[in-house]
Ligand binder design. Structure first.
Ligand SMILES: [Zn+2]
Ligand SMILES: [Zn+2]
Length: 203
C-alpha cells in the first residue's frame, strides 16, 4: 500500500438523510427565477426562500410521529411505544402499559416529524414542495444528486478516495455510504460520477 493513497472515513448512517439535511437546508432551483434557493424545515413548518428574487413559501408539516418513553416502575426496563390513538396524541402526558409487564404508568407524549427516507427524492425533486434539486445531473441515464453543499462535498470525498473506512470499529454497523445506490459506488462508474459531482460544485 502506498502512502499517497487518499483515505476517507465514512460518516455514520443517515448523516445526510433527507429529514436531517432539510433542517440545515436543501438546495433547490427556484421555480420563479431558476436560481439556487433553499428549502428548510423545523419541527412545525417547511420553508422555501429565494434570496435572489425574494419568492418565499411556508407550509405546515403534517406528518408526525407520537411516541412515549418510560422506565417502567415495576420491571425497571426502558421502553418506547408509539401512540396511535388520536385523542391521546394531542395530550402532553398519557397512560401507557409497559410492553414487558403491562404495568400502566404515565409518560410524556413526544411529537416529532415523521421520518422521510432518501428515496423520497423522486425524479430529482424534493418531497416537500416538489422542487427540483439544485445539485442534479444525469449520469448514464441515472439521476445523480446531492441535497446540499455539505452532502455534495461528502459524496465527492467518499467516492474519490482510494481507501474507504468505517467511522467506528464495529464493521457490521451500517454507514452513510450504505445508502448510496450501487451504480454510484461501482468501480467502473466512480470516476465518472466524481467528475459529474465536481461539475455540480462549480454551479
Ligand atoms: Zn428566485
Ligand atoms: Zn414493566
Amino acid at each position: 500500500m502506498g502512502n499517497n493513497q487518499k483515505r476517507v472515513i465514512d460518516k455514520p448512517y443517515s448523516t445526510y438523510a433527507l429529514n436531517r439535511a432539510v433542517i440545515s437546508g436543501l438546495c433547490v432551483k427556484c421555480p420563479k427565477c431558476s436560481q439556487s434557493s433553499i428549502v428548510r424545515a423545523d419541527i412545525t413548518n417547511i420553508y422555501f426562500s429565494c434570496t435572489n428574487c425574494g419568492y418565499s413559501k411556508i407550509e405546515i408539516r403534517t406528518n408526525f410521529r407520537y411516541q412515549l418513553e418510560n422506565q417502567c416502575k415495576q420491571c425497571g426496563r426502558y421502553y418506547r411505544v408509539s401512540i396511535s390513538n388520536h385523542n391521546k396524541q394531542n395530550l402532553s402526558v398519557c397512560n401507557v402499559a409497559c410492553p414487558f409487564c403491562n404495568y400502566v404508568m404515565q409518560g410524556k407524549v413526544q411529537k416529532t416529524p415523521s421520518f422521510i427516507y432518501t428515496n423520497d427524492i423522486k425524479n430529482g425533486c424534493e418531497p416537500f414542495f416538489g422542487l427540483e434539486l439544485w445539485f442534479l445531473a444525469n449520469f448514464k441515464g441515472k439521476t445523480v444528486w446531492a441535497l446540499n453543499h455539505d452532502h455534495l462535498v461528502y459524496l465527492i470525498e467518499y467516492l474519490s478516495a482510494d481507501l474507504r473506512e468505517k467511522p467506528f470499529d464495529a464493521n457490521t454497523m451500517r454507514t452513510e455510504a450504505d445508502r448510496l445506490p450501487y451504480f454510484m459506488k461501482s468501480a467502473k462508474n466512480r470516476e465518472g460520477i466524481v467528475k459529474c459531482l465536481k461539475k455540480m460544485l462549480e454551479k
